[in-house]
Design a protein around this ligand. Structure first.
Ligand SMILES: NC(=O)C1=CN([C@@H]2O[C@H](COP(=O)(O)OP(=O)(O)OC[C@H]3O[C@@H](n4cnc5c(N)ncnc54)[C@H](O)[C@@H]3O)[C@@H](O)[C@H]2O)C=CC1
Ligand SMILES: CC/C=C\C[C@H](O)/C=C/C=C\C=C\C=C\C(=O)[C@@H](O)C/C=C\CCC(=O)O
Length: 257
């Protein structure tokens, strides 16, 4: 897929991995709509992006992925402004084992809400142009991260949902590809104040830090480069791409047939 003339929507775009995804999509010619709850960070980023890429290729819309109403309104505004949606990156996520229901609501239900709301605009069977959706899971979507069971569950959910949607889309003729990234640790604010975020598992922070030392830490732009690959390579559908500082690996799952 060539990105020039395409419209992308990125959730959790104001900071960290979402910011890097936004930047790489813009650098390669797409128009990008930034969705986030952090209006201060998003407006500051938007100002910088408009200086670099022009006034008319970006839009910020305040949107909480916990709200179906806000997601639908943001997609509607995107279509009114740029004429459609070709790329959706469901990236917004939190680490908060204490507020575990909120973690499920944002990390897993947020991806489902946004994916289902996007169908109205992207599905070729309902007048959309088709396109690609890339979801942000985690390496904790492939194996257990002992200090955060609920975060782990949400990311396993995102991997399973993405793969099932990919198969459903291919079988139904939606014209939409679905892929998921599974990065190991990434240098973003999500890794700040981890003790507080682990709730009843804060005593396992040392074990987590040891894993960080073993695995190393990615930069957001290394992760965004992998998202770019999944967006542009039209052979990729239903893929889970694990990303390490040392490289990347497409996951082979057990065959059920
Ligand atoms: N930092 C890491 O080590 C890793 C992070 N991830 C995942 O990457 C994604 C992005 O995280 P980071 O960039 O690291 O975190 P971050 O904290 O730097 O950025 C997250 C962004 O999402 C936004 N956000 C949070 N709740 C939201 C909501 N309800 N609605 C809309 N936007 C919301 C925040 O305002 C922020 O701009 C998350 O899904 C996270 O689970 C995956 C693997 C590793
Ligand atoms: C505290 C949480 C911080 C960030 C969450 C973020 O999503 C990053 C996750 C990064 C790593 C996930 C690790 C998952 C571990 C597993 O799957 C284990 O079962 C296997 C553990 C180690 C394998 C690597 C190795 O030692 O060769």
């Amino acid at each position: 897929m060539v990105l020039t003339g395409k419209t992308a929507v990125v959730t959790g775009a104001a900071m960290g991995i979402g910011k890097a995804i936004t930047e790489i999509l813009l650098q390669n010619g797409a128009k990008v709509v930034l969705l986030d709850v952090n209006e201060t960070a998003a407006k500051s980023l938007l100002e910088d992006l408009r200086k670099q890429h022009g006034q008319d290729r970006t839009l910020f819309l305040s949107c909480n992925v916990e709200s179906e109403e806000q997601i639908k309104a943001a997609f509607q505004k995107t279509v009114e402004t740029f004429g459609g949606i070709d790329i959706l990156c469901n990236n917004a996520g939190i680490l908060n084992e204490g507020e575990w229901e909120k973690t499920v609501s944002i990390n897993l239900l947020g991806v489902i809400r946004s994916t289902y709301a996007s169908l109205q605009h992207m599905n070729k069977l309902t007048g959309g142009r088709g396109g690609v959706i890339v979801n942000t899971a985690s390496m904790a979507g492939l194996g257990p991260l002992l200090s955060c069971p609920v975060y782990t569950a949400t990311k396993h959910g995102v991997v399973g949902f993405t793969r099932a949607m990919a198969a459903a889309s291919a079988a139904s003729g939606y014209g939409i590809r679905y892929n998921v990234i599974c990065p190991s640790f990434v240098q973003t604010e999500l890794l700040d104040n981890i003790t507080l975020k682990l709730g009843q598992f804060s005593h396992l922070e040392d074990a987590t830090q040891q894993l960080v030392e073993v695995l190393g830490i990615l930069t957001p732009s290394e992760v965004a480069q992998c998202v770019f690959e999944l967006v542009t390579d039209e052979t990729k559908n239903g893929e889970a791409l694990m990303i390490f500082p040392k490289g990347k690996q497409y996951i082979t799952f057990p065959s059920m047939q």
